[in-house]
Design a protein around this ligand. Structure first.
Ligand code: SAM
Length: 286
């Protein structure tokens, strides 16, 4: 699918665009943007800069994040007329912490082909240059702006062993990193991937305990766009799992699951999530 790109083929192309450096665009993406009948853009002015840079004169329509459903209907209408459409966001890959998913779902439901045209995404660029062992990572997008909600989300991630990846805005980065340190513990490593592919690109790795000081040491450290990557929780050694199992078996024989888990957490000092998962498994085995 997708080697031949022609106007008038009633196909939606989901096209990744640069995350800073306007040269970071694939040959195929340029080919698609040139060939399609319509370019559906998150912000037509942003996309116009990219098109100008590459000498493309495309017909654009806007896909507004606050009204993606209406945009989806409009795009499905264009496809129904036999037109081909390229969907782009302001930067990176559409539908990754950006509008796009609703349009893609509507177009698929209407039975038209959806063709991805892969390219830049800040999450993958940051992972590739982080030095973390990335066989498993969990992309968490933006954390909630409200502190209580943010801390709740982080508390649920304490036992996660995959590398954690967050997007964050500059005006919230200090409070977010302070919460990461308090809730995940100061010993884990964090990588700040800032202004990737741009003039002030910075990739800095340190322990969470030192992370707020690094941000506060220089105003520039807090400017621009950020991806934050945090090492996952250390794998729970098998011996601990056995200890949990013995404790849990005794408690589960006497108590309901919730109480047994709460007591096991107190007795062993282990992670609530890990113990809860083990308790479910033991109940299923029993
Ligand atoms: N769809 C985009 C993608 O594929 O990466 C993400 C869009 S999201 C609205 C914007 C966020 O992505 C920023 O707040 C920042 O966290 C991250 N981001 C985008 N460009 C970046 C860059 N050049 N350097 C670091 N982070 C970036």
């Amino acid at each position: 699918m997708g080697t031949e790109i022609r106007a008038g083929t009633a196909t939606l192309y989901v096209v990744a665009t640069p995350i800073g450096n306007l040269s970071d665009i694939t040959l195929r993406a340029l080919e698609v943007l040139r060939a399609v009948d319509v370019i559906a853009a998150e912000d037509t002015r942003m996309t116009a800069r990219l098109l100008d840079r590459h000498g493309i004169a495309g017909k654009m329509v806007a896909v507004h994040e606050h009204n993606e459903r209406a945009s989806a209907e409009r795009i499905a209408g264009l496809l129904a007329e036999g037109k081909s459409v390229a969907l782009v966001s302001d930067a990176g890959t559409p539908a990754i912490s950006d509008p796009g998913a609703c349009v893609v779902a509507a177009v698929r439901a209407a039975g038209y082909p959806v063709v991805p045209v892969p390219g830049p995404s800040a999450v993958v660029a940051a992972l590739s240059a982080s030095g973390f062992e990335n066989s498993r990572f969990l992309f968490c997008g933006f954390l909630p702006a409200r502190a209580a909600e943010r801390r709740g989300v982080l508390a649920d991630l304490v036992a996660q062993t995959a590398t954690l990846v967050f997007y964050e805005a500059p005006h919230r980065v200090v409070e977010c990193v302070a919460d990461l340190c308090v809730i995940l513990g100061g010993e884990r490593d964090i990588v700040f991937a800032r202004e990737l592919t741009k003039i002030h690109e910075t990739i800095h790795r340190c322990q969470l305990a030192e992370a707020v000081s690094w941000l506060e040491a220089d105003d520039n450290h807090r400017r621009g766009e950020f991806v934050l990557l945090v090492a996952g929780a250390p794998d729970v050694p098998n011996t601990d799992a056995v200890d949990f199992d013995n404790t849990l078996k005794i408690l589960l024989a006497e108590l309901p699951l919730k109480q047994a888990v709460a007591l096991a957490v107190k007795l062993t000092g282990g992670s609530r999530n890990v113990i809860y998962e083990r308790a479910l498994a033991l109940k299923a085995e029993a």
